[in-house]
Every structure is written in C-alpha cells, then in structure tokens.
Write a protein that binds this ligand. Structure first.
Ligand code: UDP
Ligand code: MG
Length: 318
C-alpha cells in the first residue's frame, strides 16, 4: 500500500486567499506522487466563507472540511485538524501563502530519510515591521533561556509530521497548547529546512499585539516554571539589601547621631516592595489560572460538522 499524505490548513475567514492558496497547493501535491487529502479546519468563520469552502470541496475530491463550533483560535484549530488527519505524513500550513507550499516535496524527501518532524525555518521575514521582528527575536531568546526543551528559533507551524509524531501530539491532554513548544517537546528525529517567509498574499493577519503578548505568556508558562522561582530570588536579594542598609544606618546613627531624615527613601522603599510583591503575586496568578483551567478538563473544541473528502457526491456527516 502506498503512503498517504494529509495537509491540515486552519482557516478563519480567508476569503481573499483561499482560491489562490488551494490552486498553488494542489499543483504541488499533484506532483508529489502520493495519495493526498487537504483538510481545511474552519475555525468558526462566517457563513459566506463556509459556503466558499463547501464549493471548493464540491469541486475537488481531495478536499475535506472540518467545522469547529466557534472560533477557538489557531492552535486549537490545528489540534482538531491533527486529530482528524489519518495519513502517514501530515503537513501543517497556513492559508495565507506566507509559507510556500512548494517546500512540501522537500519535507517529504526528508521524512522518507527517516525524520519524524521536518519544519520550515525562516531565514528572512518579509513584510513584517521591525518592531514585530525584534519583539519576536527577543521573545525567542527569552524562551530558549527559560524553557527546559530546546525550541528552535524562527520556526512556525509550517512543517511535516510523521504518523507517530501526530499520535504523540494527540496524546498530550493539555488545554493550553503552545504548539511550537509541543512539537519540540515530543522529541523524535527532527530537521529544519530554511526558506524565505513571504508577506501575506492577501487579507489581514489576525495577530494583534495583545494576542501576540498572550501567546508569548502561553509559551513561557507552558514550558517553564522559572518565573515562579524568580520570586524566591527577588526576595533573597531585597532582604539582603535591606539588611546591608540596616547595618549602614545603625553604624551611621552610632557615629553621627540621628537627625531624622529619610522620609522620601522610606516612601520609595515601601512603594518598591509593594510593586515587587504585586508582580510576584501576578506571576503566581498566571500559573494558578492555568492550573485552574487545566483542572476543569474541558473538551478542547467541538465540531459543528465534518465533511470528509470525496467531493459533491459523497456522504456528509453533520
Ligand atoms: N487562523 C485560525 N483561527 C484564528 C486566527 C487565524 O484558524 O483565530 C488561521 C488563519 O486563517 C491562517 C492561519 O491561522 O490560515 C494564520 O493566521 P494569520 O496569518 O492571521 O497569523 P500570522 O501568520 O500573522 O501569525
Ligand atoms: Mg500569516
């Protein structure tokens, strides 16, 4: 039996790029010489876009559509796609053509050589502002320093996963899914392939700065408990400083008497310590909230419909 390929594409109102994307992807896949399927995971898009997806499926027997019950966010949409992708190799790609589908044959070649995870590594980010590039760079460095597994830098979700790598990801029960970290965490032989990341072909990026900030928090709290330890060290440092300052004051008072100055320094110290304590509480809160959410054990997502590949004539499951 020949090996099969599935391509998982999370989509959220990608009206402007869907057709172009699908054409480019299909052209590449047709040349791959493997039976393939393209699984579009609709992340709670508008009905107009859903109709567009259905028309695409009607016209192409390779297309399957998975509809989530609402917008769950890209990471969850991806997990839903991986849950439903039944193939020997699964490629994950965004619909906005920032990642070139033309790289897929090279992914497959490396996978045939025995790599379980083959990821695209960006050598340049085009069409992204300097601020975004720098903040991303800074974040990757911080995460690399904090986290216990090595998470490759400048790597997105664009990658190929072997069947056992997909099974491993699906076996992870956590609700907070920082995928970039999870890919690295599962282990297995992994390999990066360099490419130039293009600007979005059309449409708007859904990533706003608050969303990126939350993703960054997600990454750090999912893969490191270091911020929690920070409180301990911060406490040690401040109390040592307080002790030294106390000794200094004692000696100074013994030598020169005490003319009662120090009101401003008193206020500053009180405010500073109050701030430090609030920050530490906030950090504990971030972890606590995640523990709380995990402990509820809610389902990761719900499906509104699953339309398997096979085009217009095939049975539909609602
Ligand atoms: N996406 C999604 N759910 C969302 C937001 C985005 O499924 O809530 C999809 C989107 O349709 C696209 C991919 O995730 O295929 C990447 O989105 P985007 O280009 O906005 O992210 P960026 O590339 O800017 O990180
Ligand atoms: Mg994008």
């Amino acid at each position: 039996m020949s090996e099969t390929l599935a391509v998982v594409v999370p989509v959220y109102n990608e009206t402007a790029v869907l057709e172009v994307f699908h054409q480019r992807l299909s052209a590449v896949l047709a040349d791959c010489d493997m039976p393939y399927q393209v699984l579009y995971v609709d992340d709670g898009s508008d009905t107009a876009f859903l109709d567009q997806l259905q028309r695409l499926r009607d016209g192409d027997p390779h297309v399957a559509v998975l509809e989530l019950s609402r917008n769950f966010g890209r990471e969850v949409a991806l997990s839903a796609g991986l849950d439903h992708a039944d193939a020997d190799a699964v490629v994950v790609i965004d619909a906005d053509l920032q990642d070139p589908p033309e790289l897929i044959p090279r992914f497959i070649a490396e996978w045939r050589r025995g790599y379980d995870v083959v990821y695209g590594q960006r050598v340049a980010r085009r069409g992204e502002s300097a601020v975004k590039r720098h903040s991303a760079g800074l974040f990757y460095r911080l995460l690399a320093y904090l986290s216990e597994v090595e998470i490759p830098r400048n790597v997105g979700d664009f990658r190929l996963l072997s069947r056992r790598a997909v099974a491993a990801l699906n076996a992870l029960p956590e609700r907070h899914r920082y995928m970039k970290g999870l890919y690295a965490w599962i282990g297995f032989p992994q390999k990066g392939i360099e490419y130039v990341r293009q600007p979005r072909a059309a449409g708007q990026s859904k990533w706003t700065y608050p969303r990126l900030w939350n993703l960054a928090l997600e990454g750090i709290t999912s893969f490191s408990a270091a911020p929690l330890k920070m409180a301990t060290y911060l406490g040690l440092v401040t109390s040592s400083l307080a002790f030294l300052y106390g000794a200094f004051m004692l000696i100074r008072t013994l030598l020169y008497g005490n003319p009662v100055p120090g009101y401003p320094s008193l206020v500053i110290i009180i405010l500073f310590l109050g701030g430090v304590q609030l920050i530490c509480l906030g950090i504990i809160g971030e972890y606590l909230a995640r523990t709380y959410q995990e402990s509820k054990g809610r389902a990761l997502y719900f499906l509104k419909g699953y339309h398997p590949a096979g085009g217009a004539g095939s049975a539909r499951q609602e």
